[in-house]
Every structure is written in C-alpha cells, then in structure tokens.
Design a protein around this ligand. Structure first.
Ligand code: NDP
Length: 277
C-alpha cells in the first residue's frame, strides 16, 4: 500500500500531501468515483458545499469501512453562507450530508469581498474549530490583503490557503506571504483544469519521456516536490490510479526548474479580486 507523505500544518495536524478533488464530479456519480479513489489508495478528499456532492462523498466513506482517523476530509463554506449564523448552520448541514461529526479541514471558499463578511466568517470558523466540528481551518482564494486582515483580526493564522496553482500560474506573491506566515498552500486546478496544453509542453513532455511516466504524473510530481498540497480530479478509474502512482520516481532539479520557468500569469479560473459571486 502506497504511503502518501504528510505535511504538518501550523496547528500540529497532519494532512496527506496528495488527495482527490471532486469539483464537477456529478452528484449521481460521486459515490462510485470516490469509491474508486479510496480503492486506489487516496485517503484525502476535497469537496465543498457548492459542489452538491457531499452526500455522495459521505456514502463512499461510510461504505469503505476505512477508519475515520485514516481519512482526511475537507469541505468549504459557500459564499452566500458567509457571516456568523449562516456559517454555523452551513457546517452543520455539511456534516449531516457527509455523515461525519467533524471534518479535518473547513475552508472559507472565496473571500467574496463585496459582501464584507469574510473576517466575520473567519471568526465563526474559529468557533467551529473550538466546537470540534473542524480539526483545522483555513481559507481559499485569499489574496495577501485578505490574509493580512483575518490574521490581524483573530487569534488564528489559517492552516492553508487553497488557490489556483499550476505551471502557467504559480502564484509567487501569495506563496511567499504564506511561507512567511506558516500557511500551507493547496493547489487547486493542479493540472490547469485541462484548459491549456500543459501536457504537450516540451518541459513536461521531455520530463515524461526521461522518467517513463505520463505528463500528468510529471506535473503532480512537480507540485509535490515544490511542497504543495494537491488533489487532482478525474472521473476515470484509470486516471485516478495514474495520478496516485507518483511515488516511485523523482524529477531532477533541472526538470523542476524547466517547469518552474513556465509561469506565465495564465489564470484559468476566476480572479478573487474581481469575482462577483
Ligand atoms: P484539475 O487541474 O485537477 O484538472 C481536472 C481535469 O484534468 C479533468 O478534466 C480531468 O479529466 C483531467 N485529468 C485528470 N487526470 C488526468 C490525467 N492523468 N491525464 C489527463 N487528464 C487528466 O482541476 P480541478 O478543478 O478539478 O482541481 C482539482 C480540485 O481542486 C477540484 O476537484 C476541487 O477539489 C479543487 N478546486 C477548488 C477550487 C476552489 O475555488 N477552492 C476551484 C477549483 C477546484 P477526467 O475527469 O476526464 O479524467
């Protein structure tokens, strides 16, 4: 059985560095697909209330028979549930859907700054952690000023910031701030969500040829060797297994540097500073 390396978060809890994400996994297919992931060896699942598939994740977890303490489950507070009361209700609803009494990580999904509620929501997440409903708390899609504000207003530095991050969008500013404050970065869209030809890029293709691995495995390895936490998504049992089969090789420093050089400020998702949701 493959052992996935863990990272120790700033609250002392450990997170498996590689997990499985379920954004855009059809709720009707989620139980089967998460079961495939658990059978492939994944123990870290990243979902969100807005994905509409927490119940399917919960059914797969229950059916698996895997001990709770071997699993690491993340879900997220959706934007229209920001604010103290709504956040408390939202975690309870997520836990009910997941069939769990706590999650391992609860995140504010987006700052959604126009609502003016992310700091209040962060204080609610502190209470949710204190109540034992989330072992760790963090944020997602936060830019440096958002992070500075919640750190100044609370007693808790977020354990993670989950942000869009892939070879053509490497987020150096937010990463530098995170490193300086003990915040671990989770890379969403680690494969660029398939929105540009990452796998055909010569730096990736050459590393794949040299290592005998696939381009996706090379990109996942690049994230891992950069100290990032990631959870690539796939609907295919074959690719789910492929994305997990990344612990029998290493990229050289030259191969890492060639992929580091691909940064092109190519954001493929929404910009947190201009998002209107
Ligand atoms: P990814 O970068 O993981 O890309 C997923 C795409 O890559 C799918 O089209 C998938 O197709 C394809 N793919 C997966 N594996 C392979 C492979 N081995 N070879 C070729 N193609 C492959 O994008 P996601 O947006 O899913 O990001 C991962 C996770 O991050 C999400 O599932 C979610 O948990 C999280 N996330 C968080 C966000 C946030 O705002 N906090 C926003 C977006 C994502 P197929 O399914 O057909 O295999």
């Amino acid at each position: 059985m493959t052992t996935v390396p863990t990272i120790t978060l700033n609250d002392g809890n450990e997170i498996p560095q590689l997990g499985f994400g379920v954004f855009k996994v059809d709720p009707d297919e989620t139980e089967r697909i998460v079961t495939d992931a658990l059978e492939a060896g994944y123990r870290h699942i990243d979902t969100a209330a807005i994905y509409g598939n927490e119940e399917g994740v919960g059914r797969a977890l229950a059916k698996s028979g895997i001990a709770r303490d071997e699993l690491f489950i993340t879900t997220k507070l959706w934007n229209d549930n920001q604010g103290t009361q709504a956040a408390h209700a939202a975690i309870d609803e997520s836990l009910t859907k997941l069939g769990l009494d706590h999650v391992d990580l609860y995140l504010i999904h987006w700052p959604s700054a126009f609502r003016g509620l992310y700091t209040e929501s962060w204080l609610a997440l502190e209470e949710i952690k204190a109540a034992g409903k989330a072992r760790s708390i963090g944020v997602s899609n936060f830019q440096v000023p958002h992070l500075e504000e919640i750190i100044a207003a609370s007693d808790t530095v977020p354990a993670v910031n989950q942000i869009e991050l892939h070879p053509e969008f490497q987020q150096r500013t937010v990463r530098e701030f995170a490193v300086g404050h003990g915040i671990h970065i989770e890379a969403w869209g680690p494969l660029g969500q398939g929105k540009y030809d990452l796998f055909g890029n010569p730096a990736v293709a050459q590393a794949a040829a040299a290592t005998g691995k696939t381009p996706a495995q090379v990109v996942i390895r690049w994230h891992l060797q950069n100290g990032l936490i990631l959870f690539p998504k796939s609907n295919s049992a074959e690719r789910i297994a492929e994305n997990f089969d990344v612990f029998d090789f290493e990229l050289t420093s030259e191969q890492i540097a060639a992929i580091d050089a691909l940064d092109a400020n190519n954001r493929v998702g929404a910009d947190p500073d201009t998002a209107t949701f």
